[in-house]
Write a protein that binds this ligand. Sequence first.
Ligand code: PEP
Length: 256
Amino acid sequence: MNKAVRKAVIAGNWKMNKTRPEAKELIEAIKPLVKDAGCEVICCVPFTNLETALEATKGSNVKVGAENCHFEKSGAFTGEISAEMLTEMGVEYVVLGHSERRQYFGETDETVNKRVRAALAAGLKPIVCVGEMLKDRENGITAELVAMQTKIALKDVTAEEMKNVIIAYEPVWAIGTGKTATAEQANEVCALIRSTLASLYGAEVAEATTIQYGGSMNAKNAEELLAQPDVDGGLIGGASLKAPDFATIVAAATNG
Ligand code: PEP
């Protein structure tokens, strides 16, 4: 198995952007531009935009994701949303363990793992984010750190469940900074994640798993990044808010 048979996935992470009318406008602009995409196209939107996005994407090839979910099924967790609440709406994907959640909202590898398991149990497909901070890279521990994050995030996740898991390698120093990892750096760490998956689940699962790169991917640099043998797609922040840029990245994934 090789890249040609893995599912390329381009997912937008809108973060805390867009009101409902703005969300509808953006989805309507994206749809015709990506209708012939040869990859999976996902818009991960704020909770308040999920219904709007689901309605606007009906009958199209654009899928909808959330940006987080809680690990408990229900209960006294004011302000939180459960995985089942998302699947009940028709949401298919969820971003978990994004570095902004880790940095600003106290997420740890352990809580990311709980969320991954809860999401899978509810029938959601998690996009699990891992990635080193600049100091980790400077200290030469990127490989160890990313392998550890991957292993903890996937603790007790079965090989069968891995069919529904996407991993996003997102070096924290490249997110929202305009500093992209070089294509070689991105590929090196995505390959390392794949070998970590092989050690956990065997080569077949590792080869079949989609591993995205995220971190200032844009219309200009997408082609080179997505052409790398172990980079199977992208998790896109800023550039996913501009329909033509997002569509250019989708086109690059289709060709890459
Ligand atoms: C992200 O939010 O996951 C991301 C990669 O952001 P940006 O593309 O803006 O760096």
